[in-house]
Design a protein around this ligand. Sequence first.
Ligand code: ATP
Ligand code: MG
Length: 404
Amino acid sequence: MLYDHILIRYGEISTKGRNRKQFIDKLRDSIKAALSAYPKIKIQAERDRMFIQLNGENSEEMIVILRKIFGIQSFSRVIKVEKDIEKMKMAALDLAKQFYHDGQTFKITGKRADKTFDLSTDEINHEFGGHLLANIPGLRVDVRNPDINVQIEVRKEAAYLSCETIAGAGGLPAGSSGKAMLMLSGGIDSPVAGYLSMRRGVELEAVHFFSPPYTSERAKQKVIDLAEKLAEISGWIKLHIVPFTEIQEEIRRQVPQNYSMTTTRRLMLKITDEIRKKNEGLAIITGESLGQVASQTLESMFTINEVTNTPVLRPLISMDKTDIIKISQQIGTLDISIRPYEDCCTIFVPASPKTKPRREKAQFFESFVDFDQLVAKAVEETEILMIKPGSNAPSSSSPWKDLF
Ligand code: ATP
Ligand code: MG
């Protein structure tokens, strides 16, 4: 393998003006953390490109890891060559020969970032194309759909040659958009909502409501397994497990059945907001999608949302279930989500909760119980787990690879 560096293109970051430096620093941090198993590499970040010097480390494995990192538009393994046209020609020829099979076509894609370089982009294409044609018998040019695309990027410090471009995961670097609390159930939707938020640079902490003995240890394990999947992206994730039994029992005793779902949701949101305050988060994320179930009508959201003015982000709001399922499959959470499980919210809930609950009515029904004290107690007794990627996290085959 001739390649000695990986060249990384940022895409969207480079358009972010004043925030650019911060984005690049965050991206460098995520790459460094993700590639910590390769001590010999060196990472160098520039305004519009990042370079990883391989120093003999295995680049095949690194490709799998880099494809998952948010903030990377695309990347290529490259050979770094001194900006001397003869040396560059030799390197281009070596590289093309390594990929060439009988009768294949090629083109040169020159890019001159260093405007002081002797050859223009067209001249690079012409000069190097001619050199390869003269030295590889049988090679033909096809500028539309070549088998081999030899990319030559001339920059200030050196030229970089490559025959590959690998798509990155896109999005924004981890943590570049601040922190939010993800309300994580054991269902299909909330892990997908978490994934899509992370893709936009949000740092997540997860909050799960747990009602033993009505919900079992298996249900809790399921949520831990889902958090482990999300931790594959961020390295780790803080999971808050809220004991919710007492509140649910109180709701069953005191609130009319057709409002019990609404009150349950209001209190979940309130508790999540208290945990957010303690952890300095800026928003709450849910897996809600319009129209799926009774609690997901606009009337219902309006009434539930009354308990806080913290932004509640709902990344799935307009998505169809089939699209959500597709993403959950691709990120590897579907198999966990479909395990049988008792949800703390459905256990006490009547078959037909109100689809158009009213704020005043919810307030009235809740006024007979000191819920504030129960909320404070639940927050106090919340268990905090630091979740790392699962032990069977993929190393050689990436579940994220064909996403977007
Ligand atoms: P999901 O597939 O994410 O469970 P859902 O379609 O089952 O969603 P609901 O049960 O109405 O919908 O839940 C809506 C949202 O409320 C969930 O996406 C999640 O963000 C939050 N939520 C529900 N149950 C819990 C729970 N036990 N702990 C934390 N959050 C929850
Ligand atoms: Mg659910």
